[in-house]
Structures are given as C-alpha cells and as structure tokens.
Write a protein that binds this ligand. Sequence first.
Ligand SMILES: [Zn+2]
Ligand SMILES: [Zn+2]
Length: 334
Amino acid sequence: MRAMVLDQPKQPLQLRDVPKPKPDRGQMLVRVSTCAVCRTDLHIVDAELPDPKLPLILGHQIVGRVEEIGEGIKAQFKVGDRVGIPWLGWTDGECAYCRSGRENLCDNARFTGYTIDGGYAEFTIADARYCFHLPERYDDVEVAPLLCAGLIGYRSYRKTGDARRLGIYGFGNAARLIAQIALYEGRELFVFTRTGDKATQQAAKELGAVWAGGSDEMPPERLDAAIIFASVGALVPAALRALAEGGIVVCGGIHMSDIPSFPYADLWEERVITSVANLTRRDGDEFFEIAPRVPVRTQTETFPLEEANTALDRFRAGKLKRTAVLVVNAVANQ
Ligand SMILES: [Zn+2]
Ligand SMILES: [Zn+2]
C-alpha cells in the first residue's frame, strides 16, 4: 500500500510502498478515505513532541471503511461500515486513570499517528473499541476535522463548565468548531486574534461573537472562562488578566511555548489554569451527538495523499485558511 512515511523529524515525509498491515485480535483493517491534518502532526514533524514511533505514518483524524475484522470484535462494527479513528488509539484499561473515567491520562496510552501508525496511508489498523460511528449528515471530507479539532476542542469547552462569557484565544480550526457549539448553547463569545488581524476578527463577528479584538486587548467585560487554542504561552497570563473571579483558563493544545511569569494577584480569587490532554471515548460520544444537531460546520481544503508535505508546509507557514484534508481513496457518496 502507499503511505507517506516520516523517517526522522525535521525531514519531509516520503511516499513509499509499505506492506499492508494485518489486524490482530480486537483490531480492524480500515481502508482510509480521508485524513485531516492537525497542528499536532506539525509538532511531531518539527520535533516538538518527544519520542514518536519511527518510522511513523502520521494522521489521527481518519475516516474510512472497515475492510477486514480481526477476531474478538463484538457487534459494534462490520465489514463496510464507515468508521472514524481518533488520536486516542489504545489504553490499558487497568491503571488508576482508566479505572476512574480518565482514560485520556492512561499511563500506557497509545496515540494514533504518534506512537502507533495513523492515516496518511491507504490502509490503517485500529482497535475497534476506540473507533466511532460518524454522524450521517457529514461526508468523508467534512467530518474528518471533527475527529480532533472538534473532539479535543469539545473537551476544552466542557472544562469551562457553564461559563456565560467565554473567551477564545486563537481562532483556528478547533476554535471555529467549538465557537459554533458555544453559540448554540447560548454563551457570549469573545474572540482574541493576533494583534491587527482584522479579517479574522471580522470572521468571528460574522459567526456570532459579541466582541473580537487583539490578544493584547482587554475584553469589554470580564470573562468567566477562556480557552487558548494558539500555542503561545504568553497568552496564559493575558487570558488570566481578562478573567472574573473564579474564572478558568483552559489550554487546549498539546504543545505551547513557555509561559512568562505573572503576579500572584492575577491568579488570586480562585482563578484556575488547566490544560486538556487527549480525549476519552465519552467525549467522542457526546461530541458526535451534539455536532450534527448544531450543526457544526467544517471548512476544508483537500490535498491528495502524495501532497501531504505541501499541506504541512502551508499549515506551518500560516497559509491554510481552511482545514487541510488528505483524500486518500475516492470518496463514495453517502
Ligand atoms: Zn490506563
Ligand atoms: Zn489533532
């Protein structure tokens, strides 16, 4: 099968013919239809995340069809089913985190497209227990970005509790998806962009934000919560200063530059800073239930599998206006 392979970080992916994998017990062989490109893929290529499997097939927002089923899979999937494969690929089910509903923190978790091979390939292997059925209203291209930007964004959003005034720092893919749910649930949305990025501020207002401005500005009202989707540590103290008493700052990314020091007074009065790691299957079930009701809409730009490096380069350079989705096998109509 054809695959785009990362041999070493900081090198371009190589298009290569590799043996088609075989499903073990509990696993499925999936023919990949589409795979969205995530900022995490970029962090892996740029050596900002430690110890990836090497050589590695990237990609953890995979949409495909079940081609072959290994032994021991109960009724949840059958050959031909459409399936979504997310970042969380496997957990041990036994550690203290798994046993307390926090499998996202599992000591031995494996991650798709990072510590196990992912979807920048014609086929991939997945443990059926971590895969999702996908809402029928979406086609294979438009549903792909929901599998990470949507899902982990949703976990960040849920950490904000019932915040009425919600700030979002960085208005990229995840932010745009989560903003739609926040508005659907009646939150007041305040969007912070790079200083002077009027076009993005305008886009945020058109989507329904009550205020949009630069990340160096203070919002007109204090926020109950803020989610930071940009990987810029300096936004943490900035967001903290914009919070009301008891407010929470949620860092929604897997990698962030260092956070500058700030006065304790900015954290005082029970303000909280937290991060969000990975996802649980429950996050996925909840998200795929609410997303089609909103309905959350994605904006995508497609690339053939062979052009994965182009998609990554354009992402790194900030030249993607929409979420890049690799189209691997021809997309059948729903
Ligand atoms: Zn565990
Ligand atoms: Zn991701």
